[in-house]
Ligand binder design. Structure first.
Ligand SMILES: [Zn+2]
Ligand SMILES: [Zn+2]
Length: 581
């Protein structure tokens, strides 16, 4: 059995055990449903008296007491009528039973120990497989019956469950570390970005410090775009509906798009969810010859998606964000080189950011070809090109059938952060569809009209979202070139302020992001403050430094670096910033 299926069965069986424990301790409770979820399970109840997190220990202890009395799960079948008798006065179970018996005469029950419940199955073979220390009740939350806010609010008890104690402890440790690294928390401590209820959820505002980081990320993507031969364009934030009707977004993405009204026209406008349709219009603005290709456009315009408010979370999912987006229009014989160069740039970026990654080659489903546009030949060719490239580069990838876009295969880049969490950050997609829909063409060497291929690509994806990932990956300790404050100058006492000011001006004149902490405060607390804010370097200046006309440099990562001259200091810092160390 697959590990995932085994875990699923363990977790669902434990949901039964949780309900058994609750019914034992609180017999008046109405039980509802309890599925397995990521990392564990939950069960929803209507309690007579509300319970809280402090009651969980008691319920968990009782679970451990019941566990040894359970063995296998015995299945039985009851008619709707009989089934309802098992749950007197429980409208939730009655609703489910009515629903299930619409199509079938009998519903199934599963019993282990002395506890039985309405259930479709999916348990461990024997409860003895579950060790007592591999699970833990986690927290209590409110949840509407069937997730509908018009329904009654129930009490949900969440539990964590793994195959063994070691895995449970590893998960708890990772979760604790993730809490410490939460980008929303660190962004607040370091004053990087702000969310405001008045502005709206999912719409971050970057402070001057945060915008330095964001601009540095964009700046590096611009450097890569330059090397790849992309020309940066600037495009409007909203467009006529007609454009998205032709591109196909209107049909496929309408629910995710935000509308805009004009008082001067009846026409519908949409805030754009993607840049591709606009880029086709720049391409189409003049005649193109085979010699002009590839033509490459990059764009950092804001994009807008109407995400459900409940799904928005920090920088990870936003309603307004940019992408380091780009589109290549090329001939078929140029695909290989273009994709290869883009892959190189992505690898270069991820190495620089010190982020691990793997790639997913997303292919069409060979048993469901009618889901996709384009001929077999085009698909076989383009899939073979991408496969060949990944093999040649010895990139760690997994092929996934059925994951392609409807218009072409793609390579999805999955970043793996310091906590081993995976984030899909960007894709390279071959598109044989939009160029046709927009009737794009170029004149070939023989004078015939041909349709170019379109390659969609992003290097690190959204700079906004990527910044959230980086904050957690680095635990707030940005490398020097990204750090909002690169150096902090700390005079020992106020009589050292003049010299400190001189060093401050010197670094500032060299475009180094420097702060001077000349407050009349205790030296220890000033140094602590620099450390807490994860500033890469600080310089403590006192009598010794003034006498020697030198500075003493200390590094967040390398500790004490000793005394050096002002010139040495400037050239060391500039060198490191330039090399993005
Ligand atoms: Zn079950
Ligand atoms: Zn695109």
């Amino acid at each position: 059995m697959e590990k995932a299926e085994k875990l699923q069965n363990i977790r669902h069986s434990l949901a039964h055990l949780l309900a058994a424990s609750v019914m034992d301790l609180y017999p008046e409770t109405k039980r509802t449903i309890g599925p397995a979820i990521d990392n564990g399970f939950y069960f929803d109840f209507e309690f007579l008296q509300p319970i809280s997190d402090t009651d969980l220990a008691k319920i968990e202890k009782n679970m451990r007491k019941i566990l040894p009395t359970w063995n296998t799960f015995e299945k039985s079948e009851l008619s709707g009528e009989e089934a309802k008798k098992e749950y007197p006065g429980n409208p939730y179970k009655h609703e489910l039973i009515d629903e299930f018996t619409k199509d079938v005469a009998k519903v199934s029950f599963y019993k282990s120990g002395s506890y039985s419940d309405l259930c479709k199955g999916g348990h461990v073979e024997n409860m003895k497989e579950i060790s007592v220390d591999s699970f833990k009740l986690d927290r209590v939350a409110g949840a509407y019956w069937r997730g509908d806010e018009k329904n009654k609010m129930l009490t949900r008890i969440y539990g964590l469950a793994f195959e063994n104690k070691t895995e449970l402890e590893a998960y708890l440790e990772q979760r604790e570390e993730a809490k410490k690294r939460d980008h929303r928390k660190i962004a607040k401590e370091q004053d990087l970005l702000v969310f405001s209820d008045l502005v709206g959820t999912g719409m971050p505002m970057f402070t001057p410090k945060g915008n330095i980081v964001r601009n540095a990320i964009i700046g590096f993507s611009r450097e890569l775009n330059n090397e790849l031969g992309f020309g940066e364009v600037h495009t409007p934030n909203f467009n006529k509906a007609e454009l998205f009707k032709i591109s196909g977004h209107y049909d496929k993405y309408k629910e995710d798009m935000l509308t805009v009204q004009s008082q001067y026209s009846e026409e519908d406008f949409f805030l754009k969810p993607m840049n591709c349709p606009q880029h086709t219009q720049i391409y189409a603005s003049r005649p193109r010859s085979y010699r002009d290709l590839p033509i490459r456009y990059s764009d950092f315009a804001n994009l807008y998606r109407d995400e459900r408010p409940g799904e928005l979370s920090g920088l990870v999912r936003l309603r307004c964000f940019a992408q380091d987006d780009g589109h290549v229009f090329c001939r078929k014989d140029q695909i290989e080189e273009e994709v290869s160069n883009i892959l190189n740039a992505i690898e270069k970026a991820l190495k620089l950011y010190k982020i691990d990654y793997w790639m997913r080659l997303s292919l069409r489903d060979p048993n469901n070809k009618e889901k996709y546009l384009g001929t077999d030949e085009i698909w076989e060719n383009s899939q073979a090109i991408m496969k060949k490239l990944l093999d040649a580069k010895q990139i760690n990838y997994r092929a996934a059938e059925g994951e392609a876009a409807f218009y072409g295969p793609k390579i999805d880049i999955m970043a793996v952060d310091a906590l081993k969490r995976e984030w899909q950050i960007s894709t390279i997609q071959l598109d044989f569809n939009q160029p046709n829909r927009f009737e794009l063409e170029y004149t070939d060497s023989d004078g015939s009209k041909q349709t170019p291929v379109m390659i969609h690509r992003a290097l690190i994806g959204s700079p906004d979202r990527f910044m959230g990932i980086l904050i957690e990956h680095y635990a707030g300790a940005f490398p020097l070139w990204l750090a909002p404050v690169q150096v902090k100058i700390i005079p020992v006492r106020t009589n050292h302020n003049d010299y400190a000011k001189e060093i401050y001006e010197l670094l500032k004149a060299n475009n180094i992001r420097v702060e001077l902490d000349d407050a009349d405060a205790n030296l220890g607390s000033k140094v602590r403050d620099a450390k807490n804010n994860k500033v890469p370097y600080w310089i403590v200046l006192g009598d010794k430094e003034i006498e020697a006309a030198k500075v003493t440099l200390e590094s967040r990562d390398a500790g004490q670096l000793g005394q050096m001259s002002k010139e040495e200091l400037v050239s060391k810092l500039l060198e490191e910033i330039k090399n993005k160390k």
